[in-house]
Design a binder for this molecule. Structure first.
Ligand code: 2U9
Length: 341
C-alpha cells in the first residue's frame, strides 16, 4: 500500500515537474513535494507507523523517490537557468554592426576664437599677453587713469560697484597700470584681454558683460607713427588686406592725443549701408598716446618715456565679421548659435 503510494507520488511529481516553466513555479513544486510539510515528507513520516516487517522496503523506496525527485529538481533548475540565459541573449542581443551613437564634439566659444585670432596678430608684432583681475579698485579703474572722484569722464562707463572702493572693472585699462608698475623701467609691449562689466540696459547692441582687448607699448621713442603702423596692420589682418583705415580725433582721459580708428565698411565696401549707418565707415578701435600723468602713475618718467595704447571690444567686431545681429546670442548658451562657429 505504502509502496504503491510512493510510486504514484513519484510519477505525479515528475509529471508535474515537466510542466514547470519558470523558477518561481519550480520553487512552489519543491515546497509542495519536498518541503517540510511536502507530500513526500509527510508520506515518509508514515513509514514509522507501518508494521516492522514492511518498514525496510518502504524506507528504501522512500529514499529512492526522494533522491530521484531531488535530482530531477536540480536538473530542472539547470535547464530553466539555461533557457532564461538563452532568452536574455536572444531578447537583448546587441547588433554590433549598427553605427555607433555620435559623440558630441566640443568647440571653442566664438569669443575665444576671435580673442585667439587677435592674440596671433599682436603676437606676430611682438606683444605679450597679460591678464589682470576682474574685480578692481576705484583707484586702478579710474583715479590712476586720470579720473579723480567726480571727474565727468567717469560717466563714459556705467560701473558695477561692490562697495565705495571696489568694483567690477569697466574696462581692462586698470590692468595696464598694473603692467607698468610691474615692469617699469623696462620697455613694454603687451595686450590685455578679458571680461569687462557695465551697469547697462542689455540690448541687441550692448551686454552687461563683454570681452575687451587693450594694448600698450611703452619705450623711449614710441610715437604716433608706431601706433598707426600697428593698428593699420591689425585692421588689415583681422578684416582683410584691402581695408582702408582712418584715424579721427577723439577724447579719452588716459590718452593725449586720442583717436578713434575706423575701417571702410566690410558689408558694403564703403558705399553706405544700414550697418555703417550710411557713412561707409565702421569704428573698430579707440587709441592714443599715453597721457604723461598716466605714464607717471605707472612709474615711468614722461620726459624720458612715451607710449601708445589702444582698446577694442571683441563681440562687436565678431558681429561684423560673422554678420551676427544681436550681441545677446554670445552669452545665452544656445547651442543652435554656438555650433555655427
Ligand atoms: C593706460 C593707458 C592708456 C586704452 C585705450 C581706448 C582708447 C578705447 C574702448 C574701445 C571700445 C574699449 O571696448 S571698448 O569700450 N577703448 O577706446 N582704450 S585708449 O588706453 C589706455 C589704457 C590704460 C594705462
Amino acid at each position: 500500500m505504502m509502496l504503491e503510494e510512493l510510486r504514484e507520488l513519484k510519477e505525479k511529481a515528475l509529471q508535474e515537474l515537466e510542466g514547470v516553466s519558470n523558477s518561481k513555479e519550480l520553487e512552489s513544486w519543491h515546497i509542495k513535494y519536498l518541503g517540510k510539510k511536502g507530500r513526500l515528507t509527510v508520506l515518509m513520516r508514515g513509514i514509522g507507523r507501518l508494521p516492522p516487517q514492511e518498514r525496510p522496503a518502504a524506507g528504501r523506496l522512500g529514499n529512492e523517490v526522494k533522491a530521484a525527485l531531488e535530482s530531477a529538481y536540480e536538473a530542472k533548475g539547470e535547464a530553466l537557468k539555461r533557457e532564461e540565459l538563452e532568452r536574455t541573449l536572444r531578447e537583448e542581443r546587441v547588433d554590433v554592426t549598427l553605427p555607433g551613437r555620435p559623440v558630441a564634439l566640443g568647440r571653442l566659444h566664438l569669443s575665444t576664437q576671435v580673442l585667439r585670432e587677435i592674440y596671433r596678430i599682436f603676437a606676430e608684432m611682438g606683444f605679450q599677453i597679460f591678464e589682470a583681475p576682474e574685480v578692481e579698485t576705484d583707484l586702478y579703474n579710474f583715479e590712476l587713469l586720470n579720473m579723480p572722484p567726480h571727474h565727468p569722464a567717469r560717466d563714459m562707463w556705467d560701473t558695477f560697484y561692490i562697495n565705495e572702493q571696489v568694483l567690477l572693472r569697466s574696462h581692462t585699462s586698470p590692468g595696464q597700470i598694473r603692467v607698468m608698475r610691474k615692469y617699469c623701467p623696462e620697455p613694454i609691449r603687451v595686450i590685455l584681454p578679458g571680461k569687462c562689466y557695465r551697469y547697462e540696459q542689455v540690448t541687441a547692441r550692448s551686454e552687461f558683460m563683454f570681452h575687451q582687448v587693450e594694448g600698450l607699448a611703452v619705450g623711449r621713442r614710441v610715437t604716433m607713427a608706431d601706433l598707426k603702423g600697428v593698428l593699420i596692420e591689425f585692421c588689415r589682418q583681422m578684416f582683410g588686406a584691402e581695408r582702408k583705415v582712418r584715424f579721427r580725433c577723439s577724447y579719452f582721459p588716459f590718452t593725449e592725443p586720442s583717436v578713434e580708428v575706423d575701417i571702410d565698411c566690410i558689408i558694403c565696401g564703403g558705399k553706405g549701408c544700414r550697418v555703417c549707418k550710411h557713412t561707409g565707415w565702421l569704428q573698430i578701435l579707440g587709441a592714443g598716446m599715453v597721457h604723461p600723468q598716466v605714464l607717471a602713475n605707472g612709474g615711468y618718467d614722461p620726459t624720458v618715456f612715451s607710449g601708445f595704447a589702444f582698446g577694442m571690444g571683441v563681440e562687436r567686431p565678431a558681429m561684423l565679421k560673422y554678420r551676427i545681429d544681436d550681441i545677446r546670442y554670445f552669452f545665452s548658451n544656445d547651442l543652435r548659435f554656438l555650433e555655427q562657429f
